[in-house]
Ligand binder design. Structure first.
Ligand code: OGA
Ligand code: NI
Length: 363
């Protein structure tokens, strides 16, 4: 969801960890996001009856329950657009090492982190790009970069990270990519899309965003990451230090996600909503912060290959079930997405074919 435009002289990059070095008792005005005050939300202890579905990856791939688990996956993506994935096969040691190394990165002195800062006109690197029209800022420090195809990796980012961080990131990226590709295959099967139509995700465009959300003296006044839907096909979120904060919008109400330890949170992005012709939902979500403990997340975004096209799957559309979204090349899609201001689901609405009346139950 990081956004930027071509270089503008008034663009700046900010950092909250640095701001917090001076004791703060109140939040600077530019971080106060008043528009959130009146939106209905549930408290964590009210969410028991509204719990995110949990999918067991092991059960999806072998044993007697594969069909049952696939149906659970299918309804989770239709009704929620989000699920928690357990028994995903990423080892506890890999997860622990990732946690230690990513925490270590954000603890580095500012000068070290600024070696990776976002250059003017770019979107990749450390920091948050602020555009002249951004009036309010999110309460989080980010490191964002493309990981696949390997040829588009920026030489001064991942390849130059401290070596122990780079080693674990390379391993995590590879393991998660395998997991994501198997998941996408299963989603295609659940949707009854032809295999060659989901093959566009093989060796596709993949990005990583690590975010450090510092504790905040007045957490109810700020937002760690403003409401948005992801531009991806799917996203896999790892809340690496076990601190909750993610909320998703269901039937107009913000619901906190109470993550199971070591589970990964998977969500459907705009591209899969388009490919499934609206069958699966790319649901709005946001990240809140708290006053006690920092929260750190690592998100991986999976998109189709540059050379492919995004549009409703041909195997799902026919005269009775006409396409609800336009078709667009992946490169143009990414380019257009990054030049639009991020605002809830506006980009997906832009892709919608407007002469059909469609109701969106979950947003
Ligand atoms: C994202 C996202 C949530 C989080 O990066 O798109 O939704 O908890 N992140 O960091
Ligand atoms: Ni997101």
């Amino acid at each position: 969801m990081v956004s930027s435009e071509s270089a503008r002289t008034s663009e700046e990059v900010v950092n909250i960890q640095e701001l917090m070095k001076k004791p703060l008792t109140s939040v600077p005005q530019r971080y106060v996001q008043r528009q959130y005050y009146n939106e209905p939300s549930l408290f964590p202890d009210e969410t028991i009856s509204q719990a995110l579905p949990t999918i067991n990856f092991k059960k999806l791939i072998h044993g007697e329950d594969t069909e049952l688990e696939l149906e659970k996956l299918n309804s989770a993506c239709r009704d929620w657009g989000f699920f928690q994935l357990v028994e995903h096969g990423i080892s506890p040691l890999v997860l622990k090492t990732l946690k230690d190394e990513v925490e270590g990165f954000f603890m580095l002195p500012l000068e070290e982190k600024m070696k990776y800062k976002i250059s003017p006109g770019d979107v990749e690197g450390y920091g948050t790009v602020i555009r002249p029209e951004d009036k309010q800022l999110d309460w989080g420090d980010r490191l964002y970069f493309k990981t696949n195809p390997r040829s588009i990796r920026k030489p001064h980012l991942l390849p130059q990270f401290p070596s122990s961080l780079r080693t674990i990131l390379e391993l995590y990226i590879e393991e998660l990519q395998n997991l994501a590709m198997r998941l996408v295959g299963l989603l295609g099967k659940a949707l009854k899309i032809e295999k060659r139509e989901v093959d566009v995700f093989e060796d596709g465009v993949q990005n990583m965003r690590m975010t450090y959300y510092p504790p905040c003296p007045q957490p109810e006044l700020v937002m760690g990451l403003s409401a948005h839907s992801d531009a991806s096909g799917i996203t896999i979120l790892n809340q690496i230090n076990g601190v909750n904060g993610l909320q998703i919008k269901k039937d107009g109400v913000w619901i906190p996600v109470n993550a199971i330890s070591d589970a990964l949170v998977v969500n459907i992005g705009d591209i899969l909503e388009i490919m499934s012709n609206g069958g699966y939902k790319s649901v709005e979500h946001r990240a809140t912060v708290n006053s006690e403990k920092e929260r750190i997340s690592v998100a991986m975004f999976y998109l189709p290959k540059f050379q492919s096209e995004i549009g409703p799957a041909l195997s799902l559309t026919n005269p009775e079930n006409p396409p609800l979204f336009k078709r667009i090349g992946v490169e143009k899609y990414i380019q257009d997405y990054f030049t639009r201001k991020v605002d809830g689901k506006s980009y997906l609405e832009f892709m919608r074919i407007s002469n059909h009346t469609v109701t969106h139950a979950s947003v």
